[in-house]
Design a protein around this ligand. Structure first.
Ligand code: NAD
Ligand code: MG
Length: 390
């Protein structure tokens, strides 16, 4: 059966891998709508190749430029967050949520409320809205497919049907981390690293924000929280294991001592294709894993002294309420400032900690609480950058 796909964040790294899968199976997937922020030229290419019905850009100017480039197409060109929510809930079967950061929350929730199959790459939306997000998933009976490679792996390693093991048989989750480009750097070396160094990930090619997050281990912190919401566990049930080769994408340990791992070459097309076809599988054009080429798999404990973000994420989970939205907001501001070379790399975690300490943590009873916490934490982070970090 043909699946109609809405792709949010079409011009990004996950967007590109998703388009590769769609292009490989034109008889199975149809790209019905797309959204992106500002990359007009790339969006024009996508519209020419896939001819979606609707294309949404972040602002009116980007929409106008795109419409001018693609005047001969039948695509309807729109802009703004309401239009993004509209395509996510319009005629489609699956929504790939691959917008970067907190900006993805509203359209992802719109997809959930419309009962679509949601392919979740945009971890920040789940991290910040947590309980509300999962309540909506349950209420609308949504199939939520984790696309983050680790969570996709955990999903594959957990018991999936009524036969055999159950969740009660799980001992713990082993969340793997590459360790990022600064894994072997000393603290002193980390004092002076540049955005270009932070964005040069050893195993994955990704957007800038998640690349910096991988370098600071904030990505693993966000993923720890993501795992807690997705799989109904707490940080005490999740052990972070640094595994520099990124061949094992995560593992589940069972009470009898068995450990089940999901492996493969590091390519996001694998979790994306699985998300789109689950419970079936399709071929991808990813190179098969060759163990003789890999030859060695290594493991080590994360260093929380050099990478305090991981500890902060766990603290935010136990603080609960708006703490996770505050931490995420602080981090988004910090990463932007680091990329603009306004603060140093190690300031990212320091700023995150300061914002978390100085935010008033409130209960999350509605979405407004999440947005208010996000705004306050952003303002506080900006203020701290101006007064203490610049
Ligand atoms: P990216 O920077 O390459 O792309 C981001 C996409 O979001 C772009 O299409 C951009 O136009 C769009 N976007 C950004 N701000 C927007 C806004 N305000 N409104 C609408 N669209 C906006 O990022 P990416 O690496 O593709 O990551 C996207 C999401 O997937 C992130 O949440 C990231 O954490 C997650 N993720 C990525 C990877 C990966 O391998 N790249 C792996 C796991 C999870
Ligand atoms: Mg990941």
């Amino acid at each position: 059966m043909m699946q109609k796909i809405c792709l949010l964040g079409a011009t990004g790294s996950i967007g590109r891998s998703t388009l590769d899968v769609i292009a490989q199976y034109p008889e199975q997937f149809e790209l019905i709508s797309v959204a992106a922020n500002a990359s007009v030229a790339r969006m024009a290419e996508i519209c020419r190749q896939f001819k979606p019905k609707r294309a949404v850009m972040g602002c009116a100017q980007a929409r106008d430029e795109l419409a001018a480039l693609c005047a001969d197409l039948d695509t309807q060109f729109e802009w703004g967050s309401e239009a993004m929510e509209s395509i996510a809930s319009d005629d489609c079967d699956q929504v790939m949520a691959a917008i970067m950061g907190f900006a993805g929350l509203r359209p992802t929730l719109a997809a959930i409320r419309a009962g679509k199959r949601v392919l979740l790459a945009n971890k920040e939306s789940l991290v910040t809205a947590g309980r509300l997000f999962m309540d909506e998933v349950a209420k609308h009976n949504v199939t939520l497919m984790p696309i983050d490679s680790e969570h996709n792996a955990i999903f594959q390693c957990l018991p999936q049907n009524e036969f055999g093991a159950t969740k009660r048989d799980v001992a713990n989750i082993l969340l793997t981390a590459s360790g990022g480009p600064f894994r072997t750097f000393s603290y002193d070396q980390m004092l002076t690293v540049t955005p270009a160094q932070a964005c040069a990930h050893p195993n994955w090619s990704m957007g800038q924000k998640i690349s910096v997050d991988s370098a600071s281990l904030m990505n693993k912190g966000l993923e720890l929280i993501e795992a807690c919401w997705l799989f109904d566990v707490t940080p005490a049930d999740v052990q972070v294991v640094v595994h520099p080769e990124s061949i094992i994408h995560s593992m589940v340990a069972y009470k009898d001592g068995s450990v089940i791992a999901q492996m493969g070459n590091p390519d996001m097309k694998i979790p994306i294709a699985y998300g789109m076809t689950w419970p079936a599988r399709i071929e991808t054009n990813v190179e098969p894993l060759d163990f003789f080429k890999v030859s060695q798999l290594n493991f080590e404990a994360p260093d929380l002294e050099r990478f305090p973000n991981l500890k902060l994420a766990s603290e935010a989970w136990y603080l609960g309420g708006t703490a996770m939205a505050c931490l995420n907001a602080a981090n988004e501001v910090a990463v932007t400032a680091f990329l603009k070379e306004q603060i140093a790399f190690l300031d990212i975690a320091r700023l995150n900690q300061r914002v978390l300490e100085h935010s008033e943590i409130k209960a999350v009873n509605d979405l407004e609480a999440v947005f208010a916490a996000d705004q306050e934490a952003r303002a506080l982070a900006q203020q701290l950058i101006a007064s203490e970090f610049a």
